[in-house]
Write a protein that binds this ligand. Structure first.
Ligand SMILES: [Zn+2]
Length: 77
């Protein structure tokens, strides 16, 4: 698998998040973007989230350019 494909896929996910930030929130524990309806973070099991659209968009923008972090929102389609 090429990194380019990973980046393209990540950028596509980020675009969907940026288009609908109210459906997502950012985990305070690990900075993952998760769907707004989860109660605990699937990554770190944290329960503190930042639900502000500004923060979600900012984080999604970071994710699009940083291959290391994961987007855990599974139901973006
Ligand atoms: Zn977390």
């Amino acid at each position: 698998m090429s990194d380019d494909n990973h980046l393209a896929e990540r950028a596509a996910k980020a675009q969907k998040i940026i288009a609908a930030p109210l459906k997502f929130k950012v985990c305070e524990g690990c900075d993952s973007i998760v769907t707004a309806r989860v109660v605990t973070c699937p990554n770190c099991h944290g329960y503190r989230f930042d639900e502000s659209p500004d923060r979600v968009v900012e984080q999604a923008t970071h994710l699009a350019s940083r291959p290391q972090q994961s987007v855990t929102a599974e139901d973006l389609s």
